[in-house]
Write a protein that binds this ligand. Structure first.
Ligand code: G16
Length: 538
């Protein structure tokens, strides 16, 4: 049937799909409107296979039922759905690629809090398993702006809990184990025997699924396949409200794990993933590995893992991410690409075979095995490395910094700012950038002060306004940009980086305090917003 509607005016997707409060998604026709725009912009879905799954948050199940009914009305040949409606984002990306699907709907607002008062989200991934391009995202948005209505089948309900195949009016419906094919892929990439032996030797770990979608994956892969004990796997039962928490694996929100890892009886290795399983945090006994360092260490060692034995063709990082991986790429004599924030920018490079590994400061790391970042993958890569090295996490980091020097790094977030004020801050600094070039800051020469624009080397597209940067050569860098994933007010992110070749044993706060003070002054942030300190430091 065709349901007539008036267009919604707020369906512009952000860095990673459309994210809004649950109550917004619960409005009649809201999800349908966005999905209709996707179906209209992607004619290949008609007659193709579509993967559907989500992070299990509140509203996941009704949203899936709606999408299945719309798929039926749009001529989709087959839908492949994760059992209970669950699919981690990397597992969904893999499933799209493995089943040859024409695309997939991923229902997630990532690490944002869930529940009736929390957030919900939807993003569309193409047949590559990666997020829709900027152009397609823009086309979808434009389509929502003039939508007259949508096509949907008469109500019917799919049993999401029972694996198996069924059919509805010519459309095949398959409910699959969300873990199975992902676990098989991980066994191709890493040396499971070596990791199993490591865990059997008394090496201890702690993995925190934060009550979100990675729980069943961790139980199967870390527990059943690798022998981790039940007690070493925390919060592995997915809940619709993520246990009331904020499943963002960082030092603030993964407090339970951080306390364990910083305690007297800390296990040898700790890791956490986020709501939809694409982010990761890596910890050792009383040490936190910053995401940029983790990317650099994995880049330096990837050729030692079975799935990467041929070496890496290149690596990539988002612009605000620390330049630690650049130093590794230089030593390996492979290219290092700098992309805007947003995983989608890595996808062209991966598809074109230019890179084998990529990562971001926002606790995202992954490789050519999928077109999304992958939290559990990062934990397995570290376990494989630790099994090979026979060193502690701290030992691995020390050796890495001694070889490459250390990039001290911090991200400071100023949350819930007034939108107009945030724009004023950015505009003010943008206007001042030309006058900063060639000046000194904290005694360091400013070699570059500009707004980052990305020229995609694969498709030639240009993405402007991707963050302001003040670069003091190799020695230090300040980057400022507005978040594209929030659902309330504006979040200003300030990224600080300082490189030391020899002095590798400072605390990051101490190493970066002068740079942080200079950055606040440059932005005029306290005067304009009344804020003197960030809400969150990671
Ligand atoms: C999303 C994107 C990431 C990006 C992150 C932060 O992550 O997929 O590529 O780095 O947002 O974006 P922002 O700084 O604009 O808030 P996720 O895990 O939320 O999907």
């Amino acid at each position: 049937m065709f349901v007539k509607i008036s267009p919604f005016n707020d369906q512009r997707p952000g860095t990673a799909g459309l994210r809004k409060k649950v109550s917004v998604f619960q409005q009649p026709h809201y999800l349908e409107s966005f999905a209709e725009a996707i179906f209209r912009c992607c004619p290949q879905l008609d007659g193709g296979t579509v993967v559907i799954g989500g992070d299990g948050r509140y509203h996941n199940r009704p949203a899936i039922q709606t999408l299945v009914r719309m798929a039926s009305a749009h001529g989709v040949k087959k839908v492949v759905i994760g059992q209970q409606g669950h699919l981690s984002t990397p597992a969904a990306s893999h499933l799209i690629r493995e089943t040859g699907a024409a695309g997939g709907f991923l229902l997630t607002a990532s690490h944002n809090p869930a529940g009736p008062d929390g957030d919900f989200g939807i993003k569309f991934n193409t047949e590559t398993g990666g997020q829709a391009s900027e152009q397609l995202t823009e086309d979808i948005y434009r389509c929502t702006q003039s939508l007259d209505g949508y096509h949907v089948a008469e109500p019917f309900d799919v049993d999401l809990d029972t694996p198996g195949a069924s059919e509805h009016e010519g459309m095949q419906i398959e409910i699959v184990d969300p873990v199975h094919s992902y676990a098989a892929l991980m066994q191709q990439l890493f040396d499971f025997d070596a990791i199993r032996n490591l865990l059997a030797s008394g090496f201890s770990l702690c993995f925190d699924a934060m009550h979100a979608v990675t729980g069943p994956y961790a139980r199967c892969i870390l527990g059943e396949l690798l022998g981790a004990t039940e007690t070493s796997l925390l919060n592995c039962q997915p809940q619709e409200d993520f246990g009331g928490g904020h499943p963002d694996p960082n030092l603030v929100y993964a407090r339970q794990l951080v306390d364990i890892m910083m305690g007297q009886d800390a296990p040898d290795f700790g890791a956490a993933s986020d709501g939809d399983g694409d982010r990761n945090m890596i910890l050792g006994k009383r040490i936190f590995v910053s995401p940029g360092d983790s990317l650099a260490v994995l880049a330096a060692n990837a050729h030692r893992f079975p799935g990467y034995a041929g070496g890496l063709p290149g690596v990539a990082r988002s612009m605000p991410t620390s330049r630690a991986v650049d130093a590794v790429a230089e030593a390996l004599d492979i290219p290092c690409y700098e992309t805007p924030t947003g995983w989608r920018f890595f996808c062209n490079l991966l598809e074109d075979g230019r890179i084998g590994l990529c990562g971001e400061e926002s606790f995202g790391t992954s490789s050519h095995h999928a077109r999304e970042k992958d939290g559990l993958w990062a934990a397995l890569a570290w376990l494989n490395l630790l099994a090979l090295e026979g060193k502690s996490v701290a030992g691995v980091m020390q050796a890495h910094w001694q070889r490459f020097g250390r990039h001290y790094y911090q991200r400071q977030d100023f949350e819930n700012l007034d939108m107009a004020q945030a724009d004023q801050l950015i505009t003010g600094l943008r206007d001042r950038l030309p006058s900063l070039q060639g000046q000194t800051l904290n005694g360091l020469y400013i070699s570059q002060a500009d707004e980052f624009a990305y020229h995609d080397p694969v498709d030639g597209s240009v993405s402007k306004h991707q963050g302001l940067r003040i670069v003091m050569g190799e020695a230090a860098r300040i980057v400022v940009r507005l978040s594209g994933t929030g659902t309330a007010g504006a979040t200003l992110r300030l990224y600080l980086e300082r490189y030391e070749r020899q002095a590798i044993d400072m605390q990051p706060e101490a190493a970066l305090s002068d740079l942080a003070a200079a950055a606040l002054e440059l932005l005029d942030l306290p005067a304009l917003t009344g804020r003197n300190a960030p809400d969150l430091v990671t």
